[in-house]
Design a protein around this ligand. Sequence first.
Ligand SMILES: Nc1ncnc2c1ncn2[C@@H]1O[C@H](COP(=O)(O)OP(=O)(O)OP(=O)(O)O)[C@@H](O)[C@H]1O
Ligand SMILES: [Mg+2]
Length: 261
Amino acid sequence: MSTEPAITFSHVARHFARSGEANGTTAITDLHFSIRTGEHICVVGRTGCGKSTSVNLLLGLLPASSGSVRVLGVDPYQDFQRLRGRIGCVFQSDRLLPWRSAIDNVLMPLEILRTRNRATFASATELLARVGLAGYENAFPHQLSGGMRQRVAFARALITEPDILIADEAFGHLDEVTASALRHDFKQIARARGQTVYQITHSLDEALEVSDRILVLDRPGKVVGIFTRPQWEGGPDLQRQVKQDLRRLIAGQETTTEEAQ
Ligand SMILES: Nc1ncnc2c1ncn2[C@@H]1O[C@H](COP(=O)(O)OP(=O)(O)OP(=O)(O)O)[C@@H](O)[C@H]1O
Ligand SMILES: [Mg+2]
């Protein structure tokens, strides 16, 4: 088995040119960390600190301005084709196609990969049941609640059995009860399949609940803190302390607690 990390950012920077501005915007100054296979990472940090830009780099939608990004051993921008079907992603909005039924939305990635068939129809039905939507296969997005639509989006991200799952504020606009149930299912499925998870969130409770490690980013795009599960799972006092530290770091009141790896 390969010992190479599932994801590696090596001194990555990303700048955006802007017309009328001499220097443009620096979204990411220096991201330098790696994530091992099967690890569940949550990334937190205030708005504009480069979280979604890091997702776009992982998805190969953007090249790094300098440094290198590796996903499953390849450069996601240069070798985009080699990662097709190997990364599943869910965003804040469900991005479902309104003219397709739930099951046809779930099967869409397989159509793009040209692997849709009778067996995959069965797995899509099973997956919809796994995320709590048995009986809704033929419902259209407008017939589903926001939480149910987001469940379809999760099933669509999972249908290719990707090695890596990315969730960019995917639970952010759901009510806490719905979000918590969906988070739980997502975590269980990812763990059972040994998938690596890169999850962006503004909710510290969400981060503490699901992650093996929490990375704190600050503007412009650098890691200012790393916390590992043993630091907070020893009891309510530890958890309270870590939460306080996270809040301070996010507010920009402290610097690094641990070296980025
Ligand atoms: N395509 C782009 N062109 C120009 N600037 C961009 C582009 N994408 C992101 N930026 C800038 O990069 C910075 C980081 O944006 P990003 O979307 O990564 O932040 P974020 O951490 O995801 O914020 P939020 O928590 O609000 O989602 C911002 O200043 C943003 O304006
Ligand atoms: Mg964002």
